[in-house]
Ligand binder design. Structure first.
Ligand code: SIN
Ligand code: FE2
Length: 214
């Protein structure tokens, strides 16, 4: 038998935990189109560093597109139909972004995913995201789809509690992680980003996380 007998998509699939799957290079071909979509969103809703409810400034800069955007301030974490920086609705989610998320979710065993929120995270060198759960969404039967673009990062993927040692997964440009079902509320985060230069994004990493917020 040769590797040619196996389609790339299957060969590149890695089960992390029940409900959690890494799809290596799933978004690689479409990365330029995804980044063009992101640039259009950012022109209307620029990256900004938000405050945590505890009053800290997050190192990662964020924006959103879709019917809802994720926001954080002294009042807490939530989804909002409008961008607090402008008061305007978030930019529409580009169809190619929503379509990629839907296909990745289906590939990971979650058919029918229809995201209404896409959080866009920009990591510069040194930016990190502490271990957290994604739990502000109304329907936890829907997965999270996370797309990595640009500089590589170490993704931390743990269990249902903060304790224990998370998996440390190197993620590169085009990789997609999907988690749902029994892994939906698992803790995850990103280790401090190493400096570098990537042909697609320059000196940063862009992460897209697609959610069904409502
Ligand atoms: C997140 O949990 O919102 C971001 C994950 C990542 O940047 O890979
Ligand atoms: Fe998250």
């Amino acid at each position: 038998m040769t590797a040619d007998l196996f389609p790339d998509t299957l060969a590149a699939r890695e089960n992390l935990q029940p409900g959690a799957m890494l799809l290596r290079a799933f978004a690689l071909d479409e990365a330029p189109a995804l980044l063009a979509g992101v640039a259009g969103v950012i022109a209307m809703a620029p990256f900004r560093q938000m405050q945590t409810p505890g009053g800290q400034t997050m190192s990662v800069a964020m924006s959103s597109c879709g019917e809802r955007g994720w926001v954080s301030d002294r009042r807490g974490y939530r989804y909002s139909p409008t961008d607090p920086a402008t008061g305007a609705p978030w930019p529409a989610m580009p169809a190619r972004l929503a379509d990629l998320a839907r296909r990745a979710a289906a590939e990971a065993g979650f058919p029918g995913f229809a995201p209404d929120a896409c959080l866009i995270n920009r990591y510069l060198p040194g930016c990190r995201m502490g271990l957290h759960q994604d739990r502000d969404e109304a329907d936890l039967s829907q997965p999270i789809v996370s797309v990595s673009l640009g500089l590589p990062a170490t993704f931390l993927f743990g269990g249902p509690t903060r304790g224990g040692r998370p998996l440390r997964l190197p993620l590169v440009h085009g990789d997609v992680v999907v988690w749902g079902g029994p892994a939906r509320l698992h803790f995850h985060g990103v280790a401090p980003l190493a400096a570098g230069e990537h042909p697609a994004t320059g000196g940063c990493r862009i992460n897209l996380t697609f959610r069904r917020a409502t």
